[in-house]
Design a binder for this molecule. Structure first.
Ligand code: TYM
Length: 326
């Protein structure tokens, strides 16, 4: 029996932060041992918001390096650069013909990006979820490790799969998201989620101890004399959430007690947290340097692209036949 397929992608907009790691990469690591996985550097999605063309190739490389450093094993999973597999855009076009524009205009992710970049509201931005649906359906993936923010896009993917199957006959499975404990990593600012496009909101996997300390130092806290339950939102909640994500229940309990007793010292908590985070990240950073020095990325990309294109071509032909194009 064939193994089920898994697909996920990360935009080529910079290095991974803790949100990418806990929300998506941890899920990828868990699934790469059990299923046929394709993990992508989605460069075509990265160009829908303002970007520097000169930095794009380097950003793509950074994502591959981050994937491998975090533990993706190129012997176990396929690593794809989206734009090298042109079947993505072809399938996306086909799928766009069966999906209503009004639904896309209504998506919270589209509205957020419109508000963030009012002078950069382009067709690609509206089309974004259709391309994402094509990414997943091209590989007939059943599981998609993603953070909570991507859930509306997965819903679109399922709607498209369902509609395609109804109109043209059974073709695509309806994919499910694969969630981790870190499906929503909050921003260090205490408001919203950790995000690459919001300076001051994130810790990168490649940050030094000093950088982590500096970033944690600016997390807003309170007087430390409030007492009662630990807050569920804001900067203090972020510090507690990070202790949880880095599996330090012991310290969580200790600081929770301090909070309740109105004697919490945030400077001490932040110092301890910075050391914990750095300790967890430093093996990833060392591995990244090693891969950068000795691993033939270009060769891996050529080999993996070849296999990806074979799978992609089969699905595309199937879709075109069902639609009466060939
Ligand atoms: P992107 O590049 O914004 O984020 C990559 C992954 O990281 C997750 N993530 C988070 N998870 C938890 N907390 C956070 N603060 C946080 N920030 C980011 C995202 O949920 C995502 O899983 N549209 C996608 C890329 C994409 C894709 C796909 C994903 C394109 N095609 C097909 C899956 C399948 C995106 O913008 O991810």
């Amino acid at each position: 029996m064939e193994k089920k397929r898994v697909y996920s992608g990360i935009r080529a907009t910079g290095r991974f932060h803790l949100g990418n790691y806990f929300g998506a990469v941890k899920g990828m690591l868990e699934l790469q041992d059990k299923y046929d996985c394709v993990f992508s550097v989605v460069d075509l999605h990265a160009i829908t918001t303002p970007y520097d063309p000169k930095a794009l190739r380097e950003n793509v490389r950074d994502v591959i390096l981050d994937y491998l450093a975090a533990g993706l094993d190129p012997e176990k999973c396929l690593i794809e650069i989206q734009s090298l597999v042109p079947e993505h855009t072809e399938l996306a076009y086909l799928l766009s013909t069966i999906y209503p524009v009004a639904r896309l205009e209504d998506l919270p992710t589209y509205k957020d990006k419109k508000a963030q970049y009012p002078k950069y509201v382009n067709m690609g931005l509206l089309y974004y979820p259709v391309l994402m649906a094509a990414d997943i359906l091209l590989y007939k993936a059943e599981f998609v490790p993603i953070g909570k923010d991507q859930e509306p896009h997965l819903e679109v993917t399922r709607e498209i799969a369902r509609k395609f199957n109804n109109m043209f006959g059974d073709t695509f499975a309806e994919p499910q998201s694969f969630k981790t404990d870190g499906e929503y990593v909050p921003s260090l600012t205490g408001e919203g989620k950790m995000s690459k496009t919001e300076a001051g909101s994130y810790i990168l996997l490649t940050d030094s101890l000093d950088e982590i300390k500096r970033k944690l130092a600016s997390v807003p806290t309170d007087s430390g004399e409030i007492g009662g339950e630990v807050p569920k939102s804001g900067g203090v909640a972020v510090l507690f959430e990070l202790l949880k994500l880095f599996e330090r229940e012991d310290l969580y309990k200790k600081y929770e007690k301090d909070y309740m007793d109105k004697k919490i010292r945030y400077s001490e908590m932040k110092e301890e947290l910075a050391n914990i985070i750095y300790e967890a990240l430093s093996p990833i950073q060392k591995k990244r340097e090693e891969i950068k020095r000795s691993f033939d990325l270009d060769n891996m990309v050529v080999e993996h692209t070849k296999i990806c294109r074979e799978i992609a071509a089969t699905t595309l032909l199937d879709a075109k036949q069902k639609m009466g194009l060939v």
